[in-house]
Design a protein around this ligand. Structure first.
Ligand code: NAD
Length: 260
């Protein structure tokens, strides 16, 4: 599948899954804006991509919870490349705690990054997609868009919510050539997951090895982590799909942990 110079914005692309998607998009012939809170890391990622694919990547400073920063970042991309064809709303964090101990400020922070971020970035790119009559919006959901786990109230709530937002955009965008879909990964070994292992071990009173083998991978069919490359392939599939038949969907890659 080829992106043929399509202009893509990937949020949270300085690390983990987003970085792998940015690399995959550039390798498939896309132009990719690496939009991240951490400008230095975004710039390093863009430099590495540009070393292999000239002028394929642009680092953009963006806190996805700030409407001004989102609008300014999208404007920067449009000023450089003329439009936006693909949005991957991927930026995310994790905070784990049981509901009764979950700080309200942490709850609001989680919903702001995952849900406000998805809303604000969509709102900013859709006018460009509607103007040209085509575009693909991709949200980074999770198996937690479909399943629940203890300690993850805000994350599960936000990831379920993305399914709803994506389906509304699919309905509103259909007549204007815009598709919207959700990728639902199982556990992928990134900084976001590495941080949770000791936290969950402490909270659940088990060893870190047990967190990995039982909590994270216990319900997979083969005890394997999903990889950033697996998810990047799905992101390419949704971005480059050749017709508008594929919209309003969610696709899970989790080594069989979730089969819905
Ligand atoms: P990561 O920590 O490796 O990367 C997240 C990136 O998001 C970082 O570069 C960070 O700087 C950026 N970011 C954080 N807050 C931001 C903000 N307010 N504005 C802009 N950028 C911000 O994490 P990851 O594992 O690659 O996660 C990426 C996405 O994938 C998240 O939405 C996460 O929920 C989802 N996901 C991850 C897993 C997994 O197992 N790793 C599984 C399912 C879904």
């Amino acid at each position: 599948m080829n992106l043929n110079n399509k202009v893509c914005i990937v949020t949270g692309a300085a690390s983990g899954i987003g970085l792998a998607i940015a690399k995959r998009y550039a390798a498939a012939g896309g132009k990719v804006a690496i939009a991240d809170l951490k400008l230095d890391a975004a710039q390093a990622a863009a430099d590495a991509i540009n070393a292999d694919h000239a002028d394929a990547a642009l680092a953009v400073a963006m806190d996805v919870t700030s409407e001004d920063q989102v609008n300014a970042g999208v404007a920067q991309v449009v000023a450089k490349w003329g439009t936006v064809d693909v949005l991957v709303s991927n930026a995310g964090i994790q905070i784990v705690n049981p509901v009764e101990a979950f700080a309200y400020a942490d709850w609001k922070k989680m919903l702001a990054i995952h849900l406000d971020g998805a809303f604000l970035t969509s709102k900013a790119v859709l006018p460009h997609m509607y103007k040209q009559g085509s575009g693909a919006v991709i949200f980074m959901g999770s198996v937690h868009s479909k399943e629940a786990s203890p300690l993850k109230s805000a994350y599960v709530t936000a990831k379920h919510g993305l399914l709803g937002l994506s389906r509304v955009i699919a309905k509103e965008g259909g007549a204007k050539g815009v598709r919207s879909n959700v990728i639902c990964p199982g556990f992928v070994r990134t900084p976001l997951v590495d941080k949770q292992i000791p936290e969950q071990a402490k909270e659940l009173g088990i060893s870190e090895d047990e967190v990995v083998k039982k909590v994270m991978l216990g319900q997979t069919v083969d005890g394997e982590f999903t990889t950033v490359e697996d998810i990047a392939e799905l992101a390419l599939f949704f971005a480059a799909f050749p017709s508008n038949a594929l919209t309003g969907q969610s696709l899970t890659a989790s080594h069989g942990w979730s089969m819905s």
